[in-house]
Design a protein. Structure first.
Length: 835
């Protein structure tokens, strides 16, 4: 129930309460049973246990065991470095869990607050958890609101609603009903929300929502549900990490056993090398860092990943609900045609303002809640209303001047059932009802029509002309509204049927400019296996025109309106929904039913929402996407992803990045596994050939901790389209050939600097394999240029350092250069062979 849109006395009447006496004491339990209690059941202990359980991943225990083994083996420096890495990994995981739990903190003690209520004509002090719907509550400054309350009276009442909305500013409250269309909690100025803070003022109000039925209760429930739905990606990532480090541990143990049993030569030095590789090989932190980088890349395109768990769900999505505004067309309207005096004309052709056209403009301005600043050409409010204000401004008709002589008495706001907005204005000593709305709804309420400034009885011919003009504008893709009025000799009340016996004035046709290349984008979206479902507030004819333009409809029969759907039986409704791609004028209730039909048909639906009325559908959808520059922070917080504008382009970009990120993450982990096996094999081989002393243990550790994430960074951000799906064992043939080549060189030329040759060969082979097998374009991305420039500088630095401090000869350099060329040729041939 939208309590904010009703007068406070109407709310009190509907809830069978009394502002002076309150409810009767013997009604309390019955109301509690009917409406629910006022407890927010947040089981924080269970959430902490769940967080601890989630944190205790096997890879952390294995890693900790490796660190302990390093200390036992007296590799103190490596062990200390590994401890720091372990703490960083553990802290990262704990931070994510604590961050999730902290969002519930402001709501933990709400049940125990003491509040003052009126019951049975007595003023009582009770715990907040004892409140029931219908209670009359006293409101005081510096208190926390104990339930959702409709204000009945107040003085200087202001609240801070950050706990609910995320907005950090003070909201002024009042008791009168809200006339305008509401899209966020901050616009409900006559409602106090549970969990928010009263910063000043006093007042009274009636409880309209308790416990889980309060807005904050619904949000907490949604947050819990969203977390459960979004665990898939992170669980999958931890599973891969657990698998990798387990395989690595098994390989180390197997290598140690073989060395002991077969060669009978297992030294503490070799164990130290094995443990060092295992402790420093898994740059797990870089996975999180790269996730953050991906989020930043998308953010530059107006896309914000709210939950990383959504990444898994993007590729599964095969349907998306798209609003016409912002999805198909730009979020702006422009007046293109006017119908007055039985004539349809383009607005730019109208030079003179006759009396009928003037009346149309005046009603358009008076029956309007938008704000328009002509100096900046910007405004606030409905796009249709702003377009009407612009039209009036260009003809020197200003709302401020009109309101001086025609002040507003009250308003009946637009709703999806009536599809009209009405205001009552005082005019001289009379009153005028000004109305605008859907043509088909307005015309049936008209008994007269204005022609050349004179009211005459409307005829069937007039109605036919109006319908023909409406059809013509709609067929050109224009959104149409009708303008009408009615005069009263007395002040009418809201309870009267004032939207009847109207005088028809004219129609306005609005152009909604399509997003550039939208037809191609819709085609591309379909090519990705995603079916777009479009929702529009236009009539079926305008909707069909739009559908033809984007290749989604052939004629009006491909469009389904809300009125048609409401009159269908369930079976027919379901069948019709499944074959329809464009829906015209459906309310939120119908939209929710449509979503349910597709979900039952096993469609994975991405739902776009931009106001609080969409929260329920966002929660039910497979992928929830909040959208729009004016989207409330509450809606953003409850969604998986946020897009600022151009939703189809954003989703296409998101779809591509998800596939790239998932692919690259798999390649990232597979390459780590390959390097792990390669390093262990290298240590095993060098130890048995007598070259192990050539590799510095600390240099190897630094390479794994710093060098490997640097080398692998381009892998996880690689945007190349055609990259083979490579498993870690696919790298082994190249590594084996390259290792044999190095061993042969060292065996044939005993004068070579073996340490330099082995280490440089390993670095160069790793870089060359990474670049060639993953098709990385070094010069395509600035980050890649920086990374490979750093790698080149490090390699050059190693060469210079070795040249100056050790016996490095020209033969060493020639051999290393020859090996580089050989590695490039080998990897290039293997890559072609795999193709």
């Amino acid at each position: 129930m939208n309590w904010y849109s009703l007068s406070w006395n109407k709310v009190v009447e509907m809830l069978l309460s009394d502002v002076y006496k309150g409810i009767k004491p013997d009604e309390v339990e019955e109301r509690r049973q009917h409406f629910g209690n006022n407890k927010l059941n947040i089981n924080i202990e269970q959430k902490i246990k769940s967080a601890v359980k989630s944190t205790m991943q096997p890879y952390l225990f294995i890693y900790l065991a490796v660190v302990i083994a390093l200390y036992v083996n007296k590799n103190y420096l490596i062990a200390s470095i590994s401890v720091i890495t372990f703490i960083a990994m553990f802290s990262m995981k704990v931070y994510l869990e604590v961050k999730d739990i902290k969002q519930y903190k402001p709501f933990l003690n709400l049940n125990d607050d003491i509040v003052t209520v009126i019951r049975g004509h007595n003023t009582l002090k009770i715990k907040a958890e004892e409140l029931v719907v219908g209670d009359i509550v006293e409101i005081k400054a510096n208190t926390v609101v104990p339930a959702d309350i409709r204000i009945t009276e107040c003085e200087n009442l202001k609240t801070f609603e950050k706990n609910l909305t995320g907005e950090k500013f003070i909201i002024e409250k009042y008791a009168t009903k809200v006339e305008d269309k509401v899209t966020s909690f901050t616009e409900m100025r006559n409602i106090l929300f549970k969990g928010t803070t009263v910063v000043s003022g006093t007042g009274y109000g009636i409880v309209v929502g308790t416990g889980i039925n309060t807005e904050i209760g619904k949000i907490i429930n949604s947050m819990t549900t969203m977390k459960e739905k979004n665990n898939g990606f992170m669980n999958g990532l931890y599973l891969k990490l657990n698998k990798c480090i387990t395989i690595g541990t098994v390989i180390v143990i197997a290598a140690a056993v073989i060395q002991k049993v077969v060669f009978d030569n297992l030294s503490s030095e070799m164990i130290g090398y094995f443990l060092t590789v295992l402790a420093t090989m898994f740059p797990i932190i870089s996975v999180f860092v790269n996730g953050i980088m991906i989020k930043r890349v998308l953010l530059s395109h107006g896309i914000e990943i709210i939950r990383m768990g959504a990444i898994d769900k993007i590729s599964e999505t095969n349907m998306i609900f798209i609003p016409k505004e912002g999805g198909i067309c730009e979020k702006s309207l422009k007046v293109k045609q006017i119908y007055v005096n039985n004539k349809l004309e383009y607005i730019h052709n109208i030079k003179d303002i006759n009396s009928t056209f003037k009346r149309l403009i005046e009603i358009s301005v008076l029956c309007n809640n938008a704000v328009y600043d002509p100096d900046t050409d910007k405004g606030k409010g409905e796009y249709q209303d702003m377009a009407l204000l612009k039209m009036a401004y260009k003809r020197d008709i200003f709302r401020g001047n009109l309101l001086k002589t025609q002040d507003r008495i009250f308003e009946i706001p637009f709703d999806s059932d009536r599809r009209m907005m009405t205001t009552v204005n005082r005019f001289k000593k009379k009153y005028r009802v000004n109305l605008k709305g859907a043509v088909d709804e307005v015309i049936v309420k008209c008994t007269h029509i204005m022609k050349d400034g004179v009211e005459v009885e409307i005829t069937s011919e007039d109605i036919d002309n109006i319908k023909a003009a409406d059809f013509k504008m709609s067929d050109e893709g224009y959104t149409t509204i009708a303008i009408a009025y009615r005069n009263f000799g007395y002040q009418p009340s809201e309870d009267e049927n004032i939207e009847s016996n109207l005088v028809f004035v004219g129609m306005v046709g609005f152009e909604s400019k399509m997003i550039e290349d939208i037809k191609d984008k819709v085609t591309e979206l379909r090519g990705l296996g995603v079916t777009p479902i479009v929702f529009t507030d236009d009539n079926k004819i305008t909707s069909a025109s739009m559908g033809k333009s984007i290749g989604m409809a052939r004629n009006v029969f491909n469009i389904m309106s809300g009125v048609e759907l409401e009159n269908m039986k369930k079976d027919e409704f379901d069948k019709t929904v499944l074959r329809t791609k464009i829906f015209s004028r459906v309310n939120n209730n119908l939209k929710s039913r449509i979503l349910d039909v597709f979900i039952k048909d096993e469609k994975k639906v991405a739902m776009l929402g931009e106001n609080i009325n969409d929260i329920v559908m966002l929660k039910a959808s497979h992928l929830s996407v909040s959208n729009g520059a004016k989207c409330p922070s509450t809606v953003k917080k409850l969604s998986d992803i946020y897009m600022k504008k151009d939703y189809i382009s954003g989703f296409i970009r998101l779809f591509r990045y998800e596939k790239l990120f998932t692919r690259n993450l798999n390649l990232f982990i597979q390459f780590i596994m390959f390097v792990l096996i390669a390093e262990l094999a290298m240590i095993f081989t060098l130890h048995n050939l007598g070259f192990l002393d050539s590799i510095n243990l600390y240099v190897l550790a630094v390479f794994n901790i710093i060098g490997m994430p640097l080398i692998l960074q381009p892998v996880i951000t690689n945007s190349a389209d055609k990259v083979n799906s490579i498993r870690f064992y696919n790298y082994l043939p190249g590594a084996l050939i390259e290792a044999v080549a190095v061993i042969i060189c060292l065996d044939l030329r005993t004068d070579l600097n073996s340490g330099f040759i082995i280490f440089m060969s390993f670095i160069s082979a790793t870089v060359i394999t990474t670049v060639i097998q993953n098709k990385i374009n070094i010069f395509k991305d600035k980050l890649n240029v920086i990374i490979y420039s750093v790698i080149a500088a490090v390699v050059l630095g190693i060469i210079v350092f070795t040249w100056v401090n050790f016996s490095l000869t020209k033969n060493d350099l020639y051999t290393m250069g020859g090996l580089w060329i050989l590695f490039i040729v080998i990897e290039f041939l293997l890559e072609k062979w795999r193709q």
